[in-house]
Every structure is written in C-alpha cells, then in structure tokens.
Design a protein around this ligand. Structure first.
Ligand code: GUN
Length: 294
C-alpha cells in the first residue's frame, strides 16, 4: 500500500486558523474588526461552494465578512463601481472577487481596480511585483499554503529542485516565485513543454497545478519526492461524481515520500491563508490610520 506520508492539509489549516483567532481577538481589542468582502459574479456551482466556504471560515475565525452576489449578466461598469465603493470603505480590509468571471468581464481590469492594500488574493500587478522582488506582504493564498505544507514536511527547502507543473497567474507563476524565494532551483513545465514527465522525474518537490485530472502518475515522480496536488477536478467514475487532483494518488503514493490528498490537502490551506492575508491587510491599514492620526 501507500509508502508516502499523507500530508493532512485539513488538520494543518485548522492549526493555522486557530492561531489566527488570537490575532483577530487582539485586533478587536484595539478597535479594529478585520473585514473581508467577497464578490461572486454569476452562478458557477464550484465558485458558489468556494465562496460559501470562505465566508464560513471568516466567521469562524472572528473575521467580519460581507458577501456581494451579482448576476452573470452584470456589466463591467457595475462591478468596477462596487469595487471602488469597497476600496473607499474604511470598514473593509480585504476584497476578493472570485475567479473565473463570466465571459465578457475583463479579469485584468477587475483585478487592477482593487486597491493593492486590500488585494488579499495577491493578484494585483503591484503585489505580483512585490512577490517577484521577494518582499510580498499579500502573496497569493494557494501557493502560500503549498509553501507552508512543504516547510512542515521538509523544513528548509534550500537547494531542492522544485518542478511546478502549470503556469497560471493564480498558482503556477506565484508558486515558482515563492519557491525561488525559498532558495529552491525551480523549473516550470507547461502545456508546450516537450519533456514534462522527464523534467518532473528530476524533482525533489513537485507542485501540480494544471487542472488535468490525474495527469501525473508514478512515471512522473522520483522516489521519495514531495508531491503537492493543487488540482480540484470534478469527474464521473462509474456514473458517480468524484473530486480528483492533477495527480493519480493511487499510482504516485507508493513512490512519493509525501503527498497531499484531494480533497483535504491544499484546498483548506488556501482558505486559511486568505484569512491570514485579511488580518495582515487589516493590521497594515490600521497602522496607517494610526500613523495619520498621530
Ligand atoms: N478561483 C480559483 N482560485 C481562486 C483564488 O484563490 N482566488 C480567487 N479570487 N478566485 C479563485
């Protein structure tokens, strides 16, 4: 059976959230109630579940949350007007617009409109720039959660060869930047790579974020490698709906040193780091207001 350590993201996320509760309490004692605004446009069922979970976790952590649900035919002007109002609202510290947006809405324009100080996703070009420069305060939540799990399993990552599979703006690119910052040698493989499996087989660390169900099997993995599976793919097996990752867990687990399951691996960490970013944003905004008032 499975030789790999099963990395329990659910348990680790619960530990992170527990420690954040104390931070929120201290902030509240200082008169600042951290608040996250979540915007969902359209009725994509997966996005609906993600948004509900984010709001739920915020409440459990003591973070205020406001939900804005807009119909799929919302105009870009309407969405940008809402974002401008949230930017200007001193009670709101974090703004998250759930992606993907319905066709016809320009994701870049929407991300650009969010005040960088409130961009708890870390998607704004100003925050991406800081991430690449190595001094990010609001780094994207999923890659940050992956890095946390990697450090829990392996400690210092210096000198390790990490292969990131996928080059999305949400996961692949920021993951590569964070691993580089952690002193890894980083390779990014993607749909145009000619030798993806062979490159991956050289890695001490594999982060799979391509959105292709069970693409990576044992042939992609060096014995003992740490495998982080970011994929959340909904497929049918024997007529039953099932959630699977980008990694074929049953094939890879006997080979890997450690592996995240889907579900219960990276997913809960994303939400925990969203809460962490919301608190960090609140602390900075409060400090700025205090400095102006002094
Ligand atoms: N869609 C998938 N992942 C994410 C995420 O981390 N943030 C936002 N805003 N949308 C997403």
């Amino acid at each position: 059976m499975s030789a790999a350590q099963r990395i329990d993201g659910k348990a680790e996320a619960a530990r992170v959230l527990d420690s954040l509760r104390d931070d929120v309490e201290r902030l509240r004692e200082q008169g600042c109630a951290p608040c996250l605004a979540v915007v969902l446009v359209g009725d994509d069922p997966a996005s609906d579940v993600y948004v509900r979970n984010k709001v739920l976790r915020a409440r459990e952590t003591g973070i205020e949350s406001v939900e804005h649900r807009l119909p799929a035919n919302t105009s870009e002007d309407t969405l940008l007007t809402l974002i401008a109002a949230l930017n200007a609202d001193p009670a709101v510290h974090g703004i998250l617009v759930q992606m993907p947006l319905p066709a016809g809405l320009d994701e870049h324009a929407v991300i650009d409109a969010i005040a960088p100080a409130k961009d708890v996703d870390g998607f704004h070009p100003a925050n991406v720039g800081q991430l690449v420069l190595g001094d990010a305060t609001l780094a994207p939540c999923t890659p940050n959660g992956c890095l946390h799990l990697l450090r829990q399993v392996a400690g210092d990552l210096s000198g390790k060869h990490a292969v990131v599979v996928g080059r999305s703006n949400i996961v692949g690119k920021p993951m590569a930047a964070l691993l580089l910052q952690a002193n890894c040698s980083v390779t990014v493989v993607h749909s145009r790579s000619t030798n993806a499996a062979a490159l991956c087989r050289q890695a001490d660390i594999v982060v799979a974020a391509v959105g292709r169900p069970r693409l990576l099997d044992a042939g992609w993995i060096k014995p003992g490698a740490i495998v982080i599976d970011v994929g959340i793919n909904r497929i049918e097996i024997d007529g039953q709906p099932k959630l699977v990752g980008d990694v074929d867990f049953d094939s890879v687990a006997p080979v890997a040193g450690a592996i995240t399951p889907v579900p219960g691996g990276v997913g809960p960490m994303t939400i925990a780091f969203l809460m962490k970013n919301t608190i960090a944003a609140a602390v900075r905004q409060q400090a700025m207001r205090d400095a102006i008032a002094a």
